[in-house]
Design a protein around this ligand. Structure first.
Ligand code: IPE
Ligand code: MG
Length: 241
């Protein structure tokens, strides 16, 4: 890959979009796109790990995706159970540390058990931290943080003046994650869709027309090259100014 090994982003997030259109183009049911898209998560995570990215955070199912047809939701909720069962041993031996973030009170119990099991069997792995966001939405995440912090204040455990950006971060799902460096969204949509709104504060954004199932190592390379060409100033000035 033609990328600078000294400027690799530490934490990359991805909005996986375009599974349905990928299937439609081939006159296949949408679920075929989700299947291909799910396998692609593993390939892209491996490619990210190979270039030295430490955290990869993928948007798999949003708090708004419940508005989809029941049959599609059923597929998305059940496919990971089958997948993780089939590949459990392989995952246990892999380098990936797998984590899940999002609401835990609406997904089926069987899926929740599977996700907990995957986290447990990979918790000491030292490779890339692959976080799958399931029933995740930033409005929900930030509202939950606001409730927790308000409760701390009402209970007299903190003073209102002690509410800082750092404290708010401690109440987000991503509390022990490094700062987000880069967000990639596939399929040509130029929006954030309630994803990691707080965490995106100073991330670089990269949008590509490529549909998620077609996003491969070459596409990753292009995204990283674009990231490396950016001048990140975090509100300050360039060194030479
Ligand atoms: C992304 O692909 C996967 C999920 C949101 C679950 P889409 O299902 O949104 O695919 P399009 O946007 O219809 O092509
Ligand atoms: Mg979509």
């Amino acid at each position: 890959m033609n990328i600078d090994p000294n400027k690799i982003p530490i934490h990359v997030a991805m909005i996986l979009d375009g599974n349905g259109r990928w299937a439609k183009k081939r006159l296949l049911p949408r679920t075929f796109g989700h299947r291909k898209g799910a396998f692609n998560i593993v390939d892209v995570a491996k490619a990210c790990e190979a270039i030295g990215i430490k955290y990869l955070t993928m948007f798999c199912f949003s708090t708004e995706n419940w508005n989809r047809p029941e049959s599609e939701i059923n597929y998305i909720m059940n496919a990971p159970i089958r997948y993780f069962k089939r590949y459990r041993e392989k995952i246990a031996k892999s380098s990936f540390r797998i984590r899940f973030i999002g609401r835990r009170d609406r997904i089926p119990a069987l899926l929740l058990n599977t996700l907990n099991d995957m986290e447990e069997i990979t918790k000491n792995h030292t490779g890339i931290t692959l976080t799958l966001c399931v029933d995740y939405g930033s409005y929900d995440e930030i509202t939950t943080a606001a409730k927790e912090i308000t409760q701390l204040a009402l209970d007299g455990k903190i003073k209102v003046d002690e509410i800082t950006p750092e404290l708010i971060e401690q109440h987000l799902f991503t509390k022990d994650f490094p700062k987000l460096d880069l967000l990639i969204r596939t399929s040509g949509e130029i929006r954030i869709s309630n994803y990691l709104l707080w965490q995106l504060g100073y991330a670089e954004l990269y949008f590509t027309d490529t549909l998620w199932p077609d996003f491969d190592e070459k596409e990753l390379e292009k995204a990283i090259q674009s990231y490396q060409s950016r001048n990140r100033r975090f509100g300050g000035l360039n060194d030479n100014k």
